[in-house]
Design a protein around this ligand. Structure first.
Ligand SMILES: [Zn+2]
Length: 229
């Protein structure tokens, strides 16, 4: 009777030790994994900080807050990854009839004092059709002092915005949140805003959107290498 009790006690003691050791090992693994994940997060954060955010909107009234539906929280891709994604999308030259060879890289030109152009100007006669460079949705129809009559379009993944400025007028029936497809007529070349009346053109810009998907924010990407291929 006593012997059985002692055995029982011994078994219980062993089991307790085993459970204790298993728990300690589990805790150790969990700590190591968490630490690794935290370090990976920090690494991503450091790379992201290298990009200097610049507003896409040229001027105008304080924009309204983006609709809640658009505020999807997801990390923006790195600039290298973003350019890779855009290259695969094979963007259309957004002015009807303009050939790649006719484009000029004016992305790094300076415009207003201390301000980089961050876009390309595609020269074309007034009234030439402006077409969507990619599939997506019309994010905003906006009128500003510098850009004149403008369109902000998002790509289907809401990673990028395409900005079309100095338009003469919009395509009939064009509306915000409307889905558009690559090559669809969205407006007409003009010289609204600060463009010279003697030199109508489309000011076209691409931006990598921030995590809040605000149409007026993002990091500029040069459209020239993407369109001149
Ligand atoms: Zn321009």
């Amino acid at each position: 009777m006593r012997r059985i009790d002692r055995r029982r006690v011994e078994r219980l003691r062993r089991r307790t030790i085993t459970i204790g050791l298993t728990f300690a090992l589990g805790a150790l693994i969990a700590t190591l994994l968490t630490d690794r994940a935290a370090r990976a997060d920090l690494k991503v954060g450091l790379y992201e900080d290298r990009e200097t955010p610049a507003p896409v909107a040229t001027s105008g009234a304080t924009p309204a807050v983006a609709p809640r539906a658009l505020a999807i929280e997801a990390a923006a891709p790195s600039m290298t990854a973003a350019i890779g994604m855009l290259t695969q999308r094979s963007l259309e030259i957004p002015v009807e009839g303009v050939k790649p060879g006719a484009l000029q890289d004016t992305f790094n030109d300076s415009r207003a004092i201390g301000r980089r152009h961050d876009a390309i100007d595609i020269m074309a006669p007034r009234g030439t059709e402006v077409i969507a460079a990619d599939d997506g949705t019309i994010a905003k129809l906006f009128t500003s002092k510098a850009g004149g009559l403008t369109i902000y379009q998002f790509d289907p993944t809401q990673t990028f915005s395409y900005y079309y400025a100095h338009l003469d007028h919009y395509a009939a029936g064009l509306a915000e949140h409307q889905p558009v497809h690559r090559g669809q007529l969205i407006g007409y070349v003009g010289s609204t805003g600060n463009a010279s009346a003697n030199a109508p053109h489309l000011h076209f810009a691409i931006a990598r959107l921030d995590t809040d998907r605000s149409w007026w924010k993002g990091d500029p990407i040069n459209p020239y290498p993407l369109l001149s291929r």
